[in-house]
Design a binder for this molecule. Structure first.
Ligand code: XMP
Length: 520
């Protein structure tokens, strides 16, 4: 197995997932446990993860350099590469130019780690510091336009470093590089798949943990909550009541289409609760994004608890998926289908995803999260196995806190109305071009910025809507989508013509990182 030492990167768990896909076992551990674990386990390779720290800062995490002497291959990623350089006698400094997002890698001297990759390819970066002097015995394997040491190697000691993130889907040949490392570690590669048997086991696990208990599920109409509800429905049948809370923060016509799909098509036991007023009341005057998320999470749970009492439920099913867990800096529960360790104490909290961060400590229901161990694309494979129709399975994700985190500033009924109309126009135009399923997300943001315009010779002072369209394979990294100009133009023209309050439309051209997909 591979030991992944976590220095707090948002993508540490992605490393473990990629290894799992290649059939290799791994565990994620804290730096302090490393030496003990290496000596007491069947460890065949060590990966040092990335992290938000700087290796030259006294209080930032480090590792006992004896790990380099035990004769086990080591791969350092980002912060991990910098640690290798610093601990073995090289030098790391704050970079003059920081790199976030794509960079072109150029191989200078091919190492075993970079076998079967072309001379140049695109990699994903997220760093401010850089290695400037190599330790003795190391050579530079590749550079980028910005940094000279983008990949380093000491073949004799089987120690390798890369400044970029091979685990991120946007790094070309990332899988090849991880395969190469497994080969260096003498681990054979066997790709794993999510198939009928895998899903049957998942359903059997749910049945085992709920038995004859009564459960409610939180159904939002999104992929995650639909598939988790469906899995539980298959496990316990009519003992599940799926509750859809109409918070008023949903997209246009969301409630009607959900009713049609789940009640009429799937004959599931769905209860629709109108809670618009209580959400708006609790959000009154609130502008801070984290407070909004917490309030929404809390309100959801309060409404659920009330409904659960009516049904006599003991279990609460949520569609939390793994990136929600990581970005909230929370831990995985040990009972998960695929236990992969903890989110780690060195990682930083980016956002409180309401599914995780807002849960009250004294919640009276037992939480069941069937998808907590999976990434979005894995969830969709489960959906395929369950024969979920494409229009749901390939649906774009929609955040739990809904449109509230797409309205900058206070959430009001008036702003919601404007945003819903603009958002529907984006969805319609994207769908007309048959792009919906090809994009991760396409939505409108109410920016809260008023600007001057002119309409029929009159001066107007109106709202600005931002269009956010994202190309991604998982929630961890993303490109802004290169929509055709004519399509952007059509969307913009329709918004300013059909939504009277809006007189300016802008297009968001930021990748993740450094921006997140949602504006709040
Ligand atoms: P960010 O903005 O973190 O979004 O780059 C990544 C993906 O997660 C969705 N998202 C959420 N989903 N609860 C959710 O269920 C949340 O609080 C939440 N915040 C963001 C977002 O829409 C994107 O697809």
């Amino acid at each position: 197995m591979i030991l992944i030492i976590d220095f707090g990167s948002q993508t540490t768990h992605l490393i473990s997932r990629r290894l799992r896909e290649l059939g290799a076992k791994s565990i994620i551990i804290e730096p302090e446990e490393a030496l003990k674990k290496i000596n007491h386990s069947s460890c065949k390779g060590i990966i040092l993860s990335g992290g938000p720290g700087s290796v030259y800062q006294k209080d930032d995490p480090t590792i006992d350099k004896k790990i380099f002497d035990v004769g086990i291959p080591v791969l350092g990623i980002c912060y991990g590469q910098q640690l290798i350089a610093q601990l073995l006698g090289g030098e790391v400094i704050p970079g003059k130019r920081k790199e976030y997002g794509p960079a072109e890698l150029k191989i200078i001297k091919p190492s075993t780690l970079l076998l079967s990759t072309p001379e140049t390819f695109s990699v994903w970066m997220s760093h401010g510091d850089e290695v400037v002097t190599l330790p003795l015995g190391f050579e530079i394997s590749a550079k980028t336009l910005t940094i000279p040491c983008a990949a380093i190697a000491c073949e004799k000691r089987k120690i390798y470093g890369v400044q970029f993130h091979p685990e991120v889907i946007h790094t070309q040949f990332g899988e090849q590089i991880l395969k190469n490392f497994l080969t260096i570690c003498n681990i054979s590669i066997k790709k794993q798949t999510i198939d009928q048997e895998f899903v049957n086991n998942l359903i059997a696990d749910i049945k085992d943990s709920i038995k004859d208990g009564i459960a409610i599920s939180a159904l939002s109409g999104g992929v995650d909550s639909s598939i988790s509800s469906l899995l539980v429905h298959k496990a316990i049948g009519k003992n599940l009541t799926s509750i859809y809370i109409d918070s008023g923060l949903m997209r246009l016509n969301e409630t009607a289409s959900l009713r049609k799909t789940f009640k009429e098509h799937y004959h599931m036991n769905v209860k629709i609760v109108n809670a618009k007023n209580i959400f708006l009341k609790n959000l009154k005057g609130v502008t801070d994004p984290e407070r909004k998320r917490k309030i929404i999470g809390k309100t959801f749970i309060q409404v659920f608890e009330k409904e659960a009492k009516k049904v006599g439920a003991k279990y609460f099913i949520q569609g939390t998926i793994y990136p929600d867990v990581i970005e909230s800096g929370a831990s995985r529960s040990p009972s998960e289908a695929l236990a992969k360790g903890d989110a780690g104490k060195h990682s930083q909290k980016i956002k409180s995803h309401h599914n995780v961060g807002g849960l009250p400590k004294n919640m009276k229901l037992t939480l069941v999260e069937p998808l907590r161990a999976f990434y979005k694309d894995e969830v969709r494979i489960i959906g395929n196995v369950l024969n979920l129709p494409e229009e749901i399975n390939l649906r774009q994700p929609f955040p739990g806190p809904g449109l509230a985190i797409r309205i900058i500033g206070e959430v009001t009924e008036k702003k919601l109305k404007i945003l819903k109309k603009a958002d529907a126009i984006i969805s319609q135009e994207i769908e007309k071009e048959k792009l919906t399923n090809k994009l991760w997300q396409a939505f409108a943001v109410f920016t809260g910025i008023k600007t001057t315009g002119v309409r029929g010779d009159n001066r107007v002072y109106g709202e600005t809507i931002a269009i956010r369209v994202i190309d991604a394979k998982d929630a961890m990294s993303a490109h802004w989508a290169r929509l055709p100009y004519d399509l952007i133009d059509k969307i913009s023209t329709r918004i300013v013509n059909e939504v009277r309050e809006v007189n300016r439309v802008v297009y968001d051209i930021t990748n993740k990182p450094p921006a997140t997909m949602e504006w709040e």
